[in-house]
Write a new protein. Sequence first.
Length: 271
Amino acid sequence: MTLAVSHANADPELISDCNVCPTLAVIPAGEIDIRLPPGPSGRGHNVGWYRRVIFSQPFAAGVHEVTNSQWQSCIEDEGCDRLDADTTLLGQHPVTQVSWKQATKYTKWLSKKTGYNYRLPSNTEWEYAARGDLGMNRYFNLAPESVCDYGNVYDRTAESELGYGLDTLPCNDGQITLSEVGQFAANQFGLYDTIGNAYEWTEDCPSPGGQGRGGFPTTGKPWLAGDCSLRGYRGSSWLSNEPYYLTESTRFKDLTSNEEDLGFRVVRDLL
Ligand SMILES: [Ca+2]
């Protein structure tokens, strides 16, 4: 099944805790079905067991991925590391080349600054907030031709300019490489760029059992047992094309990785 572009929430409840803090949208309590993660040997992107996850409390999530400008504020306040990328440039681009360790330092800085509990989302929180009212499969069940309405992916624009010879999503998003945040349609909860532009770190460690054996709690909490030198990442990037197969390595990375198309979005508890 594919879905047409849905309408964004016209009036999300927004929160801003300081003038350099990321703007947050309130994600209401609710429940969704989420597929169990693939094991090391992988599986097709649209098959496999799934589980109902219940979010009994609302929480808040960044409307955008954290930007270079926001990261730079954290550096200047001595809360964050300088990165390999120069975050004084391209202020409205998502911060990338940032490791999981560095990203969690940013959330701790925000928590200290505001008095609220900022953190990375669990895998299930990420998927619930990012999916909105769309579907379970990769690119949230959107028809391949519609993915460019929601985000910056490896599209016809990128292939015509870069010529990497990758499979190309059959649409035009107008962006060749990483772009500024918020250039595409928001989802039901008012979040932007949950498809494309940069992947996003999450809190979870990989479940030792892999596919079919647990994988994540049904409460919205992160899975924090097993090899926690690996951490989750979700979403897609400006280099993403049509998926065929997901493996554990496409869902978890070493927590020191700092890749050019991997950033993050914060969440915070409301209570
Ligand atoms: Ca693109």
